[in-house]
Design a protein around this ligand. Structure first.
Ligand code: DX5
Ligand code: ZN
Length: 220
């Protein structure tokens, strides 16, 4: 039986013309979180959704809204997303010269704080902030698009983060979320490496039965 974990389906892979369906599939499947991929076509070469979409989703679901900001100048979008109803706001360490101020700003809104790290960024960039955040979002693909393949080297990075958090007695407070290329066939490997939350976009929404697929993840 796979240890307790949370699934966070990414609506980036859902049908944007019918996000209400994606919400109901997450509800019916029993997903814990809903992962909202925000892209500004500057930090990553793609443009997706912003605070108005989160504002529309908020009243339609009680699920935890997990906002992943792949944007430059993340501090400019923190309050709009918090006001829109985000439960957690995650920014990229590569997107700001002053991560401390972004952490402080997110905390001031009452949202949970996440830091995300791209596959090639050294883990040492985020280690100084472990004791101030709620979550580390490990990118297991290059950010920008759903449907990519899991980068195998990510598994050792997850183990390394888990080990460091444990050394600092933070492993029960700081969650590890893994994002990109997560499928039913590799989910257990990622969980066993130390992941607490798995993002799954195409693995869920690019199937004939997203509700059953979500349930399949939880029966791993
Ligand atoms: C990529 C996003 C991911 C992506 C996951 O930049 O941050 O959340 O949507 O999609 P899959 O699960 O298809 O790799
Ligand atoms: Zn994401």
């Amino acid at each position: 039986m796979t240890s307790e974990f949370k699934l966070a389906p990414s609506i980036l892979s859902a049908d944007f013309s019918d996000l209400k369906l994606a919400l109901s599939q997450c509800e019916d499947g029993g997903a814990h979180w809903i992962h909202v991929d925000v892209m500004d076509n500057q930090f990553v070469p793609n443009l997706t959704i912003g605070p108005p979409v989160v504002k529309s989703l908020r009243p339609k679901t009680n699920k935890f809204l997990d906002v992943h900001m792949m944007v430059i100048d993340p501090e400019n979008l923190v309050e709009p997303f918090a006001k829109a109803g985000a439960d957690q706001i995650t920014f990229h360490i590569e997107a700001t010269d002053n991560p401390q101020s972004v952490i402080d700003l997110i905390k001031s809104t009452g949202s949970r704080v996440g830091i995300s790290i791209k596959p090639s960024t050294p883990l040492s960039e985020i280690e100084p902030f472990y004791d101030q955040i709620d979550l580390v979002l490990v990118m297991s693909v290059e950010p920008g698009f759903g449907g990519q393949g899991y980068i195998e080297e990510s598994t050792d990075r997850i183990k390394n983060i888990k080990q460091k958090l444990t050394e600092e007695c933070l492993q029960d407070r700081v969650l590890i979320e893994v994002d990109g290329g997560i499928k039913l066939h590799n989910a257990k490997e990622v969980i066993d490496a130390g992941a607490d939350v798995l993002v799954a976009g195409s693995a869920v929404f690019n199937t004939d039965d997203p509700v059953q697929t979500i349930k399949d993840f939880y029966s791993l």
